[in-house]
Write a protein that binds this ligand. Sequence first.
Ligand code: A2P
Length: 342
Amino acid sequence: MSKKNPRVAVCGATGAVGREMLKVLEQRDFPCSEVIPMASSRSAGTRVPFRDQELTVVEMKEDSFEGIDLALFSAGGGTSRHFAPFAAKAGCVVVDNSSAWRMDPECPLVVPEVNPHDLDWHKGIIANPNCSTIQMMVALKPIHDEARIKRVVVSTYQAVSGTGQKAIVELENQVRRLMSGQPVVADVYPHQIAFNCLPHIDVFEENGYTKEEMKMVNETIKIMGDESIKVTATCVRVPVFYGHSESVNIETELKLTGDDCRALLARSPGITVVDYPEKLAYPMPVDAAGLDDTFVGRIREDETIENGLNLWVVSDNIRKGAALNTVQIAETLMERDLLRVP
Ligand code: A2P
């Protein structure tokens, strides 16, 4: 690519993550000569805010990517699987937020604080990891580098915004109906989500785990580049609008005390440690919503094993878990002069 600022398409610009991508591009003053919001024919012609203007949404088609340098996708796996190859063929680098390309050996899976070097071998399509995996990787990478993580046991408490705009509306409606004594309607989730917890995210697989849980297992290995890390996960949807929380138990090869871990994380990129139990201060999704960092607290040694720690990890799933990480990948591509399809 020449040194001019790129033309950037936001694909899925009317969705929860797409809208946040536009916001993040604006807030970080991402260098672009033009931003083109794309979505399905259903919302072509509608307007989305960007900087001090409103941009008109255009329908995404196979030939929409001519002359576009970078496409940030968040339009669902099927849509990405279909359209991303057309974009890459037209010379447009794709950063995709869906699960479509994450485990494809031809596509890097990147958290910029963790494995920016994997961008060096991209072939046009780069995958953004699952939201729950991203925040866990930000917190665990410094620990892995220092003490080598052998095993992770994680339980998640995931916000409805991870399912998209429809789920945000469903939770709002269910709360309103229940508070006025009316029966709830569940369309997006198989059960009532208001005032409830669903130990079920994405579809069940043959081994009894959900696809979301297996994403955490498999994506961790790919991002860390270490097949020896064992991960087991339980993923739960909770009635929170924004911000995923995770209880993470780890076993390390080398000893790391709670104080060591706190100091290590406090000086690591993308992390804010909030761990003052005496002041009742710990990370919470209502505080993390709208912010960029991954917040870590409740850091304590697991007293049942020799080298173990417990952590509580919270981040805004729409920002670091999706839109922000995607834009950070794009920024890293620009810094490393990699914004071109080889
Ligand atoms: P649209 O508004 O036209 O349906 P969310 O995850 O919040 O539900 O958002 C999904 C995003 O993906 C929306 O912007 C949606 O656009 C877009 N999208 C879904 N299917 C397609 C498609 N076939 N082509 C282009 N965009 C799509």
